[in-house]
Every structure is written in structure tokens, then in C-alpha cells.
Design a protein around this ligand. Structure first.
Ligand SMILES: Cc1ncc(COP(=O)(O)O)c(C=O)c1O
Length: 481
């Protein structure tokens, strides 16, 4: 057992990172040399034939050819049929180091045996769902409470998206106030009220197609790290419905892609107290990945509502939930109780025994194996190694991590300035350059999240990270500068 409780070894200096990112944006987009890029593209054509065939066929029946946003990669999606520990295998038998981790839930590594055994036992005994109470609902809620004292009560739901919907509904019911404030760039799922200021701060309803304007009337966006801007917004809200909640991704928007200064969360907590708003920590990614106490333990801040997802069901389906004090959470009580004012939430498959068993044993295993600390060490090793390569090849790339959440910015796509007239052009150019980088990493045997984010897991040994660094080096030495 490590003597550390939290996996972050050092809080990165947000200003230094932003300076490097701004510098990256000033430079023309760097690209892989055309002959090397041809080799990488040839890899897909020659080695991934079955994936291509299958996903071409899927285009006839599935919009875009894949169901999952993260599976949509250049030049075509890979079809994966085996996952174990640190690796994924595609249908053509190629092996990859898995830095996608399905977007974050598999902190123990893929298909972790001891959790799988408990899930199979459960399936044999009662199947995945009954609609009635199961003892693992209790076990999971108790376990979370033991590690996150702010979660006196826990309500399990189906996904992070649903859980954020529930959190804002609960905050409004409890406070009687109307507005919710999020930080620009943050992702809290795809619900009508939260597809606002996605990815790039200041973009407001840019991506809110199919969402009536009215749905977004009480959603507001403030810029990351702008505590004065938040205060102003809350002051304005006092005259127009008040602020029910401020939502934070506690390591910064989009899983810390946009770094925040360390005291920011504390200052937001103070503002929430001053204005009588609830502080919602969206710990869908950070919950248990930074340590058993989540980001709230690391920052030593007590949110009013915590939103869970991903790891909460150990990589199995039905991953969501919200937690908070008895007083706040009592507004969610389930059951048919006509007269009491409550925030209505539900879900046929919410808190099914399978999700609860998987979540309980995954969290227990994370505690017993020190998985967050081990995954964090792998993240540090990966990012330190990448920084050395960046220096060696004199590249303008920017790398940083919050433990096992690793960021590698090679094009600055997420940081382009929306006020500049060439915004759209920059968006297109930098996006396509990033797609090529992602494809090169894949051809070198590494799956990343959209070419710029990597999650490490407990299964990532030093040897595996060093293998990955060799792959990254082959890509970096092919850059045209
Ligand atoms: C911080 C955060 N909140 C919410 C969500 C939405 O969760 P889900 O995809 O389970 O709906 C995500 C998903 O990536 C996330 O990263």
C-alpha cells in the first residue's frame, strides 16, 4: 500500500501551461512528413482490413458507422474484439496499448478478472435486473460514503449525463433558484441544458443544434479561472432568479484539458456559500481516479452535490449517480409519495444489481490494490517521458497530467480563439492535423482519446509505458518542422 492517498504528485502551473499553449497556437500547425504519413495510412489499409470492411458495412445501418463518439477515428474506426489489462486487440489481431480506457472507467485495466468473477456470479444468481432492492445498492452507497463523507446519501443512475441532469434538478428544487452556471469548455454530458460552452470556452450554443433556445435560457457560462467573472454572474442572477448551482469539473474543464489554478475550486466554494448556491462537483472522471476520496478529497473541499459516472460501475454499464448531504438528497426520495416536493428522477435500469456489484467490487479493488496511485505513477512516467521527447526533437507540443489523466496538445485545437476572424479555418485545419496525429499513434500501437488525451491504468507497468514512449518517439521524429 502506498503512503499517499492521492495520485496527483504535483499541481501543474496553469499559467505556464497556458503560455506554452498560446505559443503553440501562434505557430503554424506542425505535421507528420508526407512519406511517413503515407506509411501510417498504409498500415490501416494493409493491417486493418477486417475493421474497414466491418465499419464500412456499419455505415449503412449506423449513422457515421459507429455508435460511440470516441470510436470515430481517422482514417476509419477500428473494430475491437478483445480487451485485457493494458491492451486492446482489433478484429485483425493487432494489439494496442489502451490509453483510451473507454473514456475513463477502466482504472484497474480492461476486463479486470476479480470484478468479472463477481459479475458472472451475480448473473448466475439473479440476472442483471429485477427492479427490486438488491443488497449491493446498500453496499455500494455505504462504501462511497466511507470514502467521500460529503456523500451521506447516494442515488444511482444510468450515466454521467443523466446524473448531471438530476444534479441541476435537485439543486433547483432544493434552493428554489433558477440559474445554473458552468465553466466554459467543461463537459457535463449531452442533455438539453448542458450542451452549452462545450469544448471551447465562450462558444455558448455553438453545438446546441436541435435544442430549443428556451432550454438554455437559464444556463450560463463563465471563463475558466475567472473568479471575478463568476462573482459578477452570480450578482446579476440575484436580480433574475438566483443561482441554483455552479457546476465544476474539479481538475478543470474537459477533464483538465484547460488547467485551473489550485485555489480556484475553493474560491468557487466560497462564492456558492455567499450566494446560497449549491456547488456541484462533476466527478464523473475524477471520482476514484485521483484517489478514493476523489477530487474533493484531494482539494479538501466539500461539494453539496457530487456527480458520478464511469468508474462508479467499474467499466460495466449503468454508470452514474449523485450524492450529497441527507438534507439535500432527501429531495430525491424514490417511491410514490404524492404530497412531498421532490426532484423526479428514475430509470428502469438504474442501480440494477449488475452495475452495483460491478461498481462495489471495482471500488473495493481500487482501494485494495492502490490502483489510483499506480495509474497516477504511470501517467507521470508517460508525461515526463513525452516532455523529454518534446525537448529532444524541439517540438512546440505541450504535455501535462493530473495523475492518470494525461494531455498531449500537438495542434492546440481546443485552445483556438473564437473571437478571431479565422476561427473556423483554424478549427478545420487543427482538427484534421490532430486526426492525423491520432492515426499515427494508432499505427504505432497506441489508442488515445482523439489524439490528445490519454488515461493510464493500474495495468500500465513501467515496461508498457516505455514501449509507448518508443512509439511516440517514432511519431515525433517524423514531424516536419
Ligand atoms: C466530466 C464528465 N461529466 C459527464 C460526462 C457524461 O457522462 P456519460 O458519458 O456517462 O453520460 C462525461 C463523459 O465523458 C464527463 O467526462
Amino acid at each position: 500500500m502506498s503512503d499517499r492517498k492521492y495520485a496527483i504528485t504535483e499541481w501543474e502551473d496553469d499559467k505556464e501551461i497556458m503560455e506554452k499553449l498560446n505559443n503553440l497556437l501562434k505557430l503554424p500547425v506542425v505535421k507528420i512528413k508526407p512519406n511517413r504519413m503515407k506509411d501510417y495510412e498504409a498500415y490501416f489499409e494493409s493491417k486493418c482490413k477486417k475493421s474497414k470492411e466491418m465499419t464500412d458495412e456499419a455505415k449503412k445501418y449506423i449513422p457515421g458507422g459507429v455508435q460511440h463518439n470516441l470510436a470515430f477515428n481517422y482514417p476509419f474506426p477500428l473494430a475491437v474484439n478483445r480487451a485485457e489489462g493494458a491492451y486492446l486487440w482489433d478484429v485483425d489481431g493487432n494489439r494496442y496499448i489502451d490509453f483510451l480506457q473507454a473514456g475513463g472507467p477502466t482504472l484497474l485495466g480492461s476486463n479486470y478478472g476479480p470484478v468479472k468473477e463477481k459479475v458472472i456470479e451475480l448473473i448466475n444468481n439473479c440476472g442483471p435486473v429485477t427492479g427490486l432492492f438488491h443488497e449491493y445498492e446498500l453496499k455500494l452507497a455505504e462504501f462511497i460514503n466511507r470514502h467521500m463523507p460529503s456523500v451521506e446519501m447516494f442515488r444511482m443512475l444510468g450515466s454521467g449525463t443523466e446524473s448531471n441532469i438530476a444534479a441541476i434538478r435537485l439543486a433547483r428544487t432544493y434552493t428554489g433558484k433558477e440559474n445554473i452556471i458552468k465553466v466554459g469548455g467543461a463537459y457535463h454530458g449531452w442533455s438539453d441544458q448542458l450542451v452549452y460552452g462545450l469544448h471551447i470556452p465562450g462558444t455558448g450554443d455553438f453545438e446546441a443544434h436541435g435544442i430549443p433556445k428556451g432550454c438554455l435560457e437559464n444556463t450560463q457560462e463563465v471563463f475558466p479561472n475567472d473568479i471575478e467573472g463568476l462573482r459578477k454572474q452570480m450578482e446579476q442572477n440575484e436580480k433574475a432568479g438566483g443561482t441554483a448551482a455552479v457546476l465544476l469539473e474539479p481538475v478543470g474543464p474537459e477533464s483538465g484539458t484547460r488547467p485551473i489554478y489550485k485555489e480556484y475550486n475553493r474560491q468557487v466554494r466560497d462564492l456558492c456559500d455567499e450566494f446560497g448556491a449549491l456547488l456541484v462537483f462533476d466527478e464523473v472522471v475524477t471520482g476514484f481516479r485521483l484517489g478514493m476520496g476523489g477530487a474533493q478529497g484531494y482539494f479538501d473541499i466539500k461539494p453539496d452535490i457530487t456527480v458520478f459516472g464511469k468508474i462508479i460501475a467499474g467499466g460495466y454499464p449503468g454508470a452514474g449517480g449523485i450524492g450529497g448531504s441527507r438534507e439535500v438528497m432527501s429531495y430525491l426520495a424514490a417511491g410514490v409519495e404524492g404530497s412531498k416536493k421532490r426532484a423526479y428522477v428514475g430509470g428502469t435500469l438504474s442501480a440494477n444489481p449488475l452495475s452495483c456489484v460491478a461498481g462495489y467490487y471495482a471500488l473495493k479493488a481500487i482501494e485494495e490494490t492502490d490502483a489510483a496511485i499506480k495509474a497516477g505513477k504511470a501517467g507521470d512516467r508517460l508525461c515526463n517521458g513525452l516532455q523529454k521527447l518534446i525537448d529532444k526533437y524541439k517540438l512546440p507540443f505541450v504535455v501535462y497530467n493530473q495523475a492518470s489523466i494525461c494531455h498531449l496538445e500537438t495542434t492546440g485545437l481546443m485552445f483556438i480563439d473564437i473571437t478571431k476572424p479565422d476561427f473556423m479555418e483554424q478549427l478545420v485545419t487543427r482538427k484534421s492535423a490532430l486526426e492525423l496525429m491520432g492515426a499515427a499513434y494508432t499505427a504505432e500501437g497506441m489508442i488515445t482519446l482523439a489524439g490528445s488525451r490519454m488515461y493510464t491504468s493500474m495495468a500500465d507497468t513501467d515496461d508498457i509505458i516505455d514501449d509507448a514512449l518508443e512509439g511516440f518517439e517514432r511519431v515525433f521524429e517524423s514531424i516536419d518542422i
